[in-house]
Each structure stands twice: as structure tokens, then as C-alpha cells.
Design a binder for this molecule. Structure first.
Ligand SMILES: C[S@@+](CC[C@H](N)C(=O)[O-])C[C@H]1O[C@@H](n2cnc3c(N)ncnc32)[C@H](O)[C@@H]1O
Length: 312
């Protein structure tokens, strides 16, 4: 059974993801891309990684957003178009499947591929990619899936925002350890990628799988640091999500976990709840020999910050 994600959840996390992502790792990736890079974004959702990374690449580029959920990719096209237009960039649709953002350094071409990644890499046109990227995906996949991908990919592999288990809600309250234990167990549930999900082991497993193929792997922390104000809604969702997952794994302690949830929600409503959610960004680079020289990086055209999405 594959995992379903809500559009609203991806909207809520996008600004916090953007603040957390490692600039250094993105720069290291960009330095290894050719003049007009083609990127394949696995589990692209509503295109959050594109909106963050494309302006940093700056020059002409082509993206394939891969997801099993058609609604997600339609939302990705709408959101990319809206945010680009909000900062004055022209957007055109040369055909039903392609969106072009006309940025000063060259056009950003976006296409979608609806595919079940459980069958990857066999159903992916990897030969057309200069980099394979993903975000908030590798903690869902299994070790055998990752090993298959590492054996098939011959280009840089970037995986942003892998959970690493260093979650902490503050100030401490009774039930923290109970909820953390149940939540961690739930992260290992099979998410449809042929085995237990990697959860907090994702970054280490990426390093192992790609390291075994001769890649150089680097990682950087990309934690969410959440304190009241603009983080209030995300904090509430995290409390609900942690409690629900913990109860699913430990029904005997449902009453204690529910009490933890109510206490945390009350702290949230009073502006007294904080959280650090541990993530790691990982970049795996193949040996450099024969790689095309990187093009100079033109002036950056930023995308607009998160705003409500235009509905079709
Ligand atoms: C946590 S979301 C991350 C979305 C996006 N990368 C981001 O950072 O906002 C995981 C995404 O993977 C997609 N996904 C999960 N399982 C999948 C599968 N088996 N095949 C294709 N896409 C899948 C979901 O539809 C969802 O869009």
C-alpha cells in the first residue's frame, strides 16, 4: 500500500522546508550540472523542490516531475505558474504537457511523469537526466529500492529533507518518550517500496548504497526549527501526526498519548510550544572524470514565497 499525501500538508511545510534546506549542498550539486541541466525529481509532489532549486540553478533547465498522484502534479504546474507570474516572470504552455517559465538566464521547462516509483528504476527514463533529485522521499523507501536506484543512476543524486529521528518538542512533558517511540516505529512501516521504510536511517543508507557504487557522499543538517508565529499551524499538524502514528503502533497507551496530544495542543494555542524536527540533506556525486564543465551561474530570479494556490 503506497502512502497518500495531502496537498495542504505539502503547502504547510514548503516555507519551513525552504528555510531548512542546505544551501551548501545545493551549490555543490549545481557545480556539477552541465550547461542546460535536465533534472528528474522523484516524488515531486506539488513542486516544492523545483521552486527552491530552479532559481538557484538560474540558467536554462528542464525538469521532469515524477509522482504517482496526478492531482499533485497538476497542483505543481498551477503553483509554479502562479509563483513565477507573481515575481513578473512570463509563463507559457507550449503544449498540454509542458510549462515554460521564461527566466532571465534561460527558460525553465517543466514536464510531469505519472509513475509508480515502486517499479523504479525500470519505469524511469534515467538516460535523459543529468541529475536525479528528490525531497522528503527517501525516508519512505526501502533499502532494496535504494540499492536498485544506486545501481541504475549514473549522475548526481540529491535527496533533501530525510528525517533523521532527532525530533524534540519543547518544553518537555510526560509522554514525550512514549510518543517518540511509537512515532519512530511507525516511520518504519512499509510505504509501498518493497520493504520496511528507512525512516531515520535514510541518510546513512543513501551513503551506503551510493558509496558502494563509488559515489562521494556528503550530508548536511536541514532541521525544521519551529517556534510559534508562522510555525503554529505546522506545530499543530506535527502534534496530531505524531500522536496518531504513536497510537497506531501502541494502542495500549492510547489514553496517555491522547493526553500528550491535548497538552501539546494547548501549549501551541498559548504560543508556548517549540519543536526541532531533525532532517538531513544528502548529495551523492559520481566520479568526476568525463563530466561536462559547469556553466557560469547567471543572476538569480527568485520565485515568490508561498501563497494560496490557484485552483483549476
Ligand atoms: C512527502 S511527499 C514530498 C513531496 C515533495 N517532494 C516535497 O518535498 O514537497 C512524498 C511524495 O512522494 C509521492 N509518492 C509516494 N509514494 C510514491 C510512489 N510509489 N510512486 C510515486 N510517487 C510516490 C507522493 O505522492 C508525494 O507527492
Amino acid at each position: 500500500m503506497s502512502e497518500e499525501f495531502e496537498l495542504d500538508w505539502l503547502d504547510l511545510r514548503e516555507p519551513h522546508d525552504a528555510a531548512a534546506r542546505s544551501e551548501a549542498l545545493a551549490e555543490a550539486l549545481i557545480a556539477r550540472l552541465p550547461a542546460r541541466p535536465r533534472l528528474m525529481d522523484l516524488g515531486a509532489g506539488t513542486g516544492s523542490l523545483f521552486r527552491w532549486l530552479a532559481p538557484r540553478i538560474g540558467r536554462a533547465q528542464a525538469w521532469t516531475l515524477v509522482d504517482q498522484n496526478r492531482e499533485m502534479t497538476e497542483a505543481a504546474f498551477d503553483t509554479i505558474a502562479d509563483r513565477a507570474e507573481q515575481v513578473g516572470l512570463k509563463v507559457t504552455f507550449p503544449n498540454r504537457r509542458t510549462l515554460l517559465v521564461h527566466a532571465p538566464g534561460g527558460a525553465w521547462r517543466v514536464e510531469a511523469l505519472i509513475a509508480d516509483l515502486a517499479h523504479a528504476p525500470d519505469n524511469l527514463p534515467l538516460q535523459n537526466a543529468d541529475a536525479v533529485v528528490c525531497s522528503a522521499l527517501c525516508d519512505l523507501v526501502s533499502a532494496p529500492w535504494l540499492a536498485r536506484m544506486a545501481a541504475a543512476i549514473r549522475v548526481p543524486f540529491y535527496a533533501g529533507l530525510n528525517v533523521d529521528g532527532r525530533d524534540r518538542f519543547l518544553p518537555p512533558v510526560p509522554g514525550d518518550a512514549l510518543v517518540a517511540r511509537g512515532f519512530a516505529r511507525d516511520q518504519g512501516r512499509d510505504k509501498g517500496f518493497g520493504g520496511r521504510a528507512l525512516g531515520a536511517k535514510a541518510a546513512a543508507e543513501i551513503a551506503r548504497a551510493f558509496g558502494a557504487q563509488g559515489y562521494q557522499v556528503q550530508a548536511a543538517a536541514s532541521d525544521w526549527v519551529l517556534r510559534g508565529g508562522p510555525a503554529t499551524s505546522l506545530l499543530s499538524e506535527l502534534v496530531f501526526g505524531h500522536a496518531e502514528a504513536a497510537i497506531a503502533q501502541d494502542f495500549r497507551h492510547a489514553a496517555q498519548i491522547s493526553a500528550w496530544r491535548e497538552r501539546r495542543l494547548q501549549q501551541g494555542s498559548l504560543g508556548r510550544l517549540q519543536a526541532r524536527i531533525g532532517h538531513r540533506d544528502v548529495l551523492a556525486l559520481p566520479p568526476e572524470a568525463g563530466w561536462p564543465a559547469a556553466a557560469p551561474v547567471p543572476a538569480r530570479a527568485a520565485m515568490a514565497p508561498a501563497l494560496p494556490r490557484r485552483r483549476r
